[in-house]
Design a protein around this ligand. Structure first.
Ligand code: AQP
Length: 352
């Protein structure tokens, strides 16, 4: 079911024909329990892409600590994230699943990129502005240079395709700017161009409490999101309580204009059904939210129940899970090490 989920959908990145076995890199932060946003915006697409790509999927713990993470929880959150993406259908033997801090090549290349990227480029990053909020002077320097590390994550593998949610588009444009500037500065076509793969009708899933805000695993309100580990009762309750407006559902997508919460719920339903909002509204248009929410909750429960069960099973065997991550890190390092060593040679570092 998951594998067919992105059939018929098109990438909105630069149009380029898919060549067999291009290398994909993508990451997810262990900053909490993965949400429906992470699933529909990223992980579900990762699963589909593994059939005709060579995939590297990373639990990006270095990125997670750009905001405070409780050290007593970080290792467990890292395991939970890894378990969760494997439970969604990623095959860690055919592909690579690992955690970022286990491969030093990421930070080595990130430092070089800190010296390639321009301050003006970073100043334009909207995610930094969103995450930093009004108290910008008080956030970590890591949060500011986060996009440079993200560029290093991808380019350390010479990956060319990056499936992400719509919120990451700007970071990938910056990664391409960094790659081009490195190539220009050192006079060699070393880093390839990256193509963002922004897939599906729910490329941006919004909060259940505020249709203008992205659904986030670190949102203070648990009611704002569906966690992939949520029990059926919790899912049903969160959807029942999800913010809506008093009007019934419109008969066509144009009627969702100016109704962000309604648009979000219809978008989620469409994504889960692997269809588009027009189709959903043909079926549910004219009805009140009560009946629609019930149908949505049922669909969510049916989709997420097997994922939550498999995640629990994997977490009950931490030794096997750790062995998967160790093996993934060794295979990741074998790819990244020579690429980053060559970048360091191009920069002119002494090798003795
Ligand atoms: N709401 C979303 N809709 C669609 N896609 C989303 N993604 C995240 N939220 C949504 C996609 O999930 C991938 C992994 O994201 P991440 O964990 O690395 O960072 P994030 O985008 O900052 O995700 P969160 O859940 O909002 O984490 P916190 O709360 O820690 O900041 C990315 O491909 C992202 O696009």
């Amino acid at each position: 079911m998951i594998a067919s989920a992105i059939n018929g959908l098109t990438a909105t990145g630069t149009a380029r024909k898919t060549t067999a076995m291009q290398r994909i890199f993508s990451g997810i932060q262990p900053s909490g329990i993965p949400t429906l946003g992470n699933y529909l915006g990223a992980i579900r697409n990762w699963v589909a892409l593994q059939h005709d790509h060579d995939c590297i999927y990373c639990v990006v713990d270095l990125h997670a600590i750009t905001v405070w993470q409780d050290p007593k929880l970080l290792a467990q959150q890292t395991r939970e994230l890894a378990a969760s993406i494997i439970a969604c259908g990623i095959d860690p033997t055919a592909h690579i699943v690992f955690h970022q801090s286990a491969v030093a090549a990421h930070v080595r290349l990130a430092w070089i990129f800190n010296c390639v990227a321009r301050l003006g480029w970073l100043n334009r990053m909207t995610q930094f502005k969103d995450k930093a909020g009004p108290d910008r002077e008080n956030v970590s320097a890591g949060l500011y240079v986060y996009p440079n590390l993200m560029a290093a994550d991808i380019l350390a593998y010479h990956a060319t395709r990056v499936p992400v949610g719509d919120d990451q588009r700007q970071h990938l444009e910056l990664a391409n700017d960094i790659a081009q500037k490195f190539n220009h500065d050192y006079g060699i076509d070393f880093f390839p161009a990256i193509e963002p793969l922004i897939l599906g009708p729910a490329a941006r899933v919004m909060s259940l409490r505020d249709g203008m805000k992205k659904m986030s695993k670190s949102d203070a309100s648990d009611q704002s999101r569906i966690n992939l580990s949520d029990a059926p009762d919790a899912i049903a309750l969160k959807i029942r309580r999800a913010k809506t407006d008093p009007a019934p559902l419109p008969g066509e997508p144009a009627g969702l204009e100016g109704r962000p919460e309604a648009r979000n719920l219809v978008g989620i339903y469409a994504a889960l059904r692997d269809t588009d909002p027009g189709d959903v509204l043909r079926e549910h248009g004219g009805k009140g939210f009560g009946a629609f929410k019930e149908a949505l909750a049922a669909l969510l429960i049916e989709t997420l129940r097997p994922i939550a069960a498999e995640t629990r099973r994997l977490l009950n065997d931490p030794e096997t899970l750790d062995a998967i991550l160790r093996d993934g890190a060794a295979r990741a390092a074998a790819i990244a090490e020579p690429i980053v060593a060559e970048a360091e040679r191009l920069v002119g570092f002494l090798r003795v």
